[in-house]
Design a protein around this ligand. Structure first.
Ligand SMILES: Nc1ncnc2c1ncn2[C@@H]1O[C@H](COP(=O)(O)OP(=O)(O)OP(=O)(O)O)[C@@H](O)[C@H]1O
Length: 364
């Protein structure tokens, strides 16, 4: 099941004209402040009615201006996860979870409470009230409540923005499980590059009320044209697998034809993993450097070059079939005489992987 959105609306000074498809999995909407993210979320939720267009989940239209269809919010069967968990303070965790179920249709398959409790690790919290829970625990309960409403789509509007780094790391694996273990598509608004890189199956980049680029996360995040649009620090996402564990405490990952060495990852060989390499952590060398402490020095080819307005530049590389970005200065572009098609070496200073379910960054 996927979400299809094609809407147009004019607010006078601002107009929105967007079309995108959110396939199964987790689709991240990102863009600068004022690019239209909240307006889109509100239109999907049924809180805002656009001038024209269509919004559908699978074959079922939530809005279709040509056919005069406009479902009110409570008939749309959506699950919501907001920045603040918005739990009922006077109800226990169990009652808060079951509250979601109230709105689920009584016919059709229902997600068993036990499965959701197990998936989110909230069994020990069931009898407690929200007041005594940590921010991360509250957010896990909010995810469970959204899921138990048996939604056809989950809307998550910056759900981690209010949490500190430690709590974010605690919640990220649960969003991964939501993405991988349920068939409910998730539309997720985020500004944080690490979050986008780790969670997104696909990405919709917005600019001034239009879709600047959409597609699989690995393609969109590695496109230098997209990075100034508000994903924060540029970076690339590599789909890798654990290839081997070495006796000196390093793990070897395989991504396409590449081999990467990272600090030990507590996963069995063969396990798929996402690797995030930030552009600022990639140095370039025209010859293979020697006597260097970096573990990952990769032969690469320049596939695109984007000079910024300031002193910086982004270089897109192909390294063993993977897109990798490097942030360098314009001065280095001139000094190394960088051109498309050029063969060189990318030196990775740091590589982030999801380690033991927690995002960890290790020296590359
Ligand atoms: N009801 C409205 N009347 C007039 N203009 C509106 C209305 N709602 C939104 N806009 C305008 O539409 C544009 C997009 O706003 P929107 O809130 O969707 O952006 P956003 O990407 O969610 O921004 P942020 O990241 O700051 O939340 C803005 O220029 C905003 O001023």
């Amino acid at each position: 099941m996927s979400l299809d959105v094609a809407i147009r609306h004019s607010f006078g000074t601002f107009s929105l004209d967007i079309a995108f498809e959110a396939p199964p999995g987790l689709t991240v909407l990102f863009g600068r402040s004022g690019s239209g993210k909240t307006t889109i979320i509100n239109a999907v939720a049924g809180l805002f009615r656009p001038d024209v267009g269509r919004i559908a989940i699978g074959e079922r239209a939530l809005f279709d201006s040509a056919q005069r269809i406009w479902l009110p919010p409570h008939k749309r069967r959506l699950g919501y996860i907001f920045q603040d968990a918005r739990l009922f303070p006077h109800l226990t965790v169990r009652q808060n979870l079951l509250y979601g179920r109230w709105f689920a249709p009584k016919s059709g398959p229902q997600e068993p409470l036990d499965n959701v409790v197990e998936m989110l690790g909230i069994g020990p919290l069931l009898a407690r009230r929200p007041g005594g829970l940590s921010g991360g625990e509250r957010q896990r309960v909010a995810i469970g409540r959204a899921l138990l409403a048996n939604p056809r789509l989950i809307l998550a509007d910056e759900p981690l923005a209010a949490l500190d780094e430690a709590r974010k790391a605690e919640i990220l694996p649960y969003f991964e499980r939501l993405r991988d273990e349920t068939s409910v598509p998730i539309l997720y608004v985020s500004h944080a590059p690490a979050e986008v890189a780790r969670l997104a199956t696909s990405v919709v980049a917005l600019q001034n009320g239009t879709v600047a680029r959409q597609g699989p996360a690995t393609e969109v995040l590695g496109d230098p044209a997209v990075t100034p649009l508000g994903a924060g620090a540029a970076g690339a996402v590599l789909e890798a697998r654990v290839a081997a564990h070495h006796p000196d405490g390093l793990s070897e990952l395989a991504a396409g034809d590449l081999r990467l060495l990272v600090p030990h990852v507590e996963r069995a060989p063969g396990t798929p993993l996402r690797v995030h390499v930030e552009a600022q952590d990639v140095m370039l060398a025209t010859r293979r450097p020697e006597g260097i402490s970096a573990l990952n020095v990769l032969p690469a080819t320049v596939t695109a070059l984007r000079l910024g307005e300031g002193p910086g530049a982004l270089v897109q590389l192909d390294a063993g079939g993977n897109v990798v970005l490097s942030r360098v200065t314009r001065r280095s572009v001139a000094a190394l005489d960088l051109r498309e098609g050029q063969q060189l070496y990318a030196v990775l200073k740091a590589v982030s992987v999801a380690k033991d379910g927690i995002a960890g960054t290790g020296p590359g």
